[in-house]
Write a protein that binds this ligand. Structure first.
Ligand code: MN
Length: 270
């Protein structure tokens, strides 16, 4: 197998290398990741400047490699997670059997995936038609990557072996718990917003400055069956994602709202 591995925590992130070690058991791994942490950049890509890429030695990161292990190569991208995935698939690895983004330190749940760099990178694999996994563990502090890495080993080959005509993108979140406290695996739908933003004024300079932090938990009721519920209740959550922000239920109402606005009304030139 050929696997592209990327992330949004940057090339130095331990979760990236925990994934590399696991995926190497499945095939050749191309690590293509941002040079620094890019959490929160979502699907952002760099369009107005060139993007520097350099290859690096992986020995420093994969110390317990076996002699007969599959090859792992690594490239650093001075860009976003989305840039990394695009360059990985379009130039560095070429066509692959599987794209993995992660393992992210910190969960990516509910509508918050809209700003997730982990999911943002994964989107680029998905739109190119490759089976793709975005994977996160539920804590930024002392994250435990073992269960998530093992899940990649188990689920990766199953995604590759699929015969369905439609491509698949899985958003996986693993509770940051010892394995004996994880109660099971649930296939879920997206919950609501899990976190809101706080804004803090920064008076340290002459200009008006602010810090935005995503640190306000939203206490909304999160029903059973959602990814947020699963994680709160010590289950691994797996949500299949699709494109389609369109709210089909609202189409009749919007059609009514637009009633009696003929296109001629848009002409204000005369
Ligand atoms: Mn991150």
């Amino acid at each position: 197998l050929k696997i592209l591995l990327t992330n949004d925590d940057g090339i130095e992130a331990p979760g990236l290398w925990a994934a590399a070690l696991a995926l190497r058991d499945l095939g050749e791994v191309f690590v293509v990741a941002p040079d620094k942490e890019q959490s929160g950049v979502g699907t952002s890509i760099t369009l107005r400047s060139p993007i520097c890429v350099c290859s690096i030695d992986t020995e420093h990161y994969l110390t317990n490699g076996e002699i007969n292990a599959n090859q792992v190569t690594a490239h650093i991208v001075k860009g976003t997670p989305g840039d990394s995935c695009i360059l990985g698939l379009e130039r560095i690895a070429g066509e692959v059997d599987l794209v993995v983004s992660g393992i992210n330190a910190g969960s990516n749940l509910g509508w918050d995936i809209a700003v997730s760099g982990t999911v943002g990178a994964a989107m680029q694999g998905y739109v190119r038609g490759f089976p793709t996994i975005a994977i996160s563990v539920g804590s930024m502090r002392q994250p435990r990557f073992q269960a998530a890495a093992q899940l990649l080993r188990l689920i990766g080959p199953r995604l590759v072996a699929r015969t369905s005509a439609s491509n698949i993108l899985l958003n996986i979140n693993v509770p940051n718990l010892p394995l004996n406290q994880i109660k099971g695996i649930q296939v879920t739908r997206l919950g609501n917003r899990a976190y809101g933003e706080s804004v803090r004024q920064d008076n340290s300079g002459p200009n008006q400055r602010y810090w935005i932090n995503r640190d306000v938990p939203i206490p909304a009721e999160q029903p059973e069956g959602t990814d947020i519920w699963a994680m709160k209740n010590a289950h691994i959550s797996i949500t299949p994602l699709r494109f389609g922000l369109a709210d089909l239920k609202q189409i009749p109402e919007v059609e009514r709202l637009l009633n009696d606005i003929p296109i001629s009304l848009l002409n204000i030139g005369h």
